[in-house]
Design a binder for this molecule. Structure first.
Ligand code: AHM
Ligand code: MG
Length: 340
């Protein structure tokens, strides 16, 4: 590889900032703190099998010291790093019940929503996991920050992305003008642009859903899954089933190759399992920027007005034509139910 072609994340952000004459570098500072935190979490994830950080939070190790779970460690690292950026007034996290107000930053305008270590049940089995983030601005930075400022529709995200700790470590993000992917070069500890302008195919051949719950899914979702599995040469069916149970890993693969990820409503969880503010909005923002689609089954994910921080929504996300068809089949079922 020619090293003259390497563009680091740092360089990329500086170049982008130069395009906007009013940019003050606040977002760049937030990205720097996200990048630093991700490198620290990446280091801990890579040695997770070697040190005593795999235990449950609250359990004690052999020296009688309290152990912390890796997702709690990741939460602490990201909160500390974002707080130090000096640009973020509030952080909401899947790990925290309430808003974290950054001390001394009550006049700053940025809000970060995050899932510091999604898919953490996969750590013990060495599967890919990741950090998900969304960045918003407050409408009125002169007023006191409140939880209401956090409850914004996903379409108001100013930037969003994820770090994936997989066979390599990557950052995929968007500031609303396309999606770019950066891979961490371990030897120089820099994220380097490796996937410029990611576009997701309009049609894919992968469906990702926890089929173990099939009987609890709405009939329309069951019908769509049967469609994916049916043989039809003209449309390249049957599609391949791929499901890791780690959202970022499943989403990332489908984003690059084309496919659909579904976490539907079930009898047990009528709103699905995934969280609007920490998981769905980020994926919806990225997929739309890459030419795909994201729906709750009844509306565009990015149009949902959150009513609480930890709200869950069903999600159909991925290649546009696949999402449109799955949602149409779901709604056909609803329409039939209304007529019956
Ligand atoms: P978590 O935030 O507790 O880690 O749970 C979210 C994860 C997602 O990464 C994944 O898509 C989903 O749970 C899998 O759920 P299930 O095991 O029900 O299929
Ligand atoms: Mg999660």
């Amino acid at each position: 590889m020619s090293y003259s072609k390497v563009i680091t994340l740092e360089q990329y952000i500086v170049d982008q900032q130069a395009l906007y004459k009013d940019a003050q570098g606040s977002l760049s500072k937030i990205f720097r703190s996200l990048e630093l935190a991700a490198k620290m979490v990446n280091r801990d994830v890579r040695k997770a099998g070697l040190v005593d950080i795999l235990g449950n939070q609250g359990s004690t190790n052999i020296q009688g010291e309290e152990q912390k779970k890796l997702d709690v460690i990741a939460n602490d690292i990201f909160i500390a790093s974002l707080s130090r950026s000096g640009e973020v007034c509030m952080i909401i996290s899947e790990e925290n019940d309430d808003v974290y107000y950054v001390e001394g930053a009550e006049n700053e305008k940025y809000i970060v929503a995050m899932d510091p270590l999604d898919g953490s049940s996969n750590i013990d089995v060495n599967a890919s996991i990741g950090t998900i983030f969304s960045i918003y601005t407050r409408k009125n930075p002169m007023s006191k920050p409140t939880v209401e400022d956090c409850l914004q529709k996903g379409k108001h995200q100013v930037a969003a992305g994820y770090f994936i700790y997989g066979s390599s470590t990557m950052l995929v993000y968007s500031t609303g003008v396309g999606v770019n992917g950066f891979t961490l070069d371990d030897s120089i500890q820099e994220f380097c642009l490796s996937h410029p302008n990611i576009q997701t195919p309009a049609d894919g051949k992968i469906f990702s859903v926890n089929e173990g719950n099939l009987e609890d899914f709405p009939q329309g979702v069951q019908d769509y899954i049967s469609f994916c599995k049916a043989k039809d040469k003209a449309t390249n069916r049957p599609y391949s089933a791929r499901y890791i149970g780690s959202l970022i890993a499943d989403f990332h693969r489908n984003l690059l190759k084309g496919g659909i990820f579904i976490y539907p409503p079930t009898e047990k969880s009528p709103n699905g399992k995934l969280r609007l503010m920490y998981e769905c909005n980020t994926m919806a923002f990225l997929v739309e920027q890459a030419g795909g689609a994201a729906s709750t089954g009844t509306e565009r994910v990015l149009d949902v007005k959150p009513t609480e921080l930890h709200q869950r929504v069903p999600m159909f996300v991925g290649s546009k034509n696949m999402v449109d068809l799955a949602v149409a089949m779901l709604n056909e079922e609803f329409a039939t139910a209304v007529l019956a």
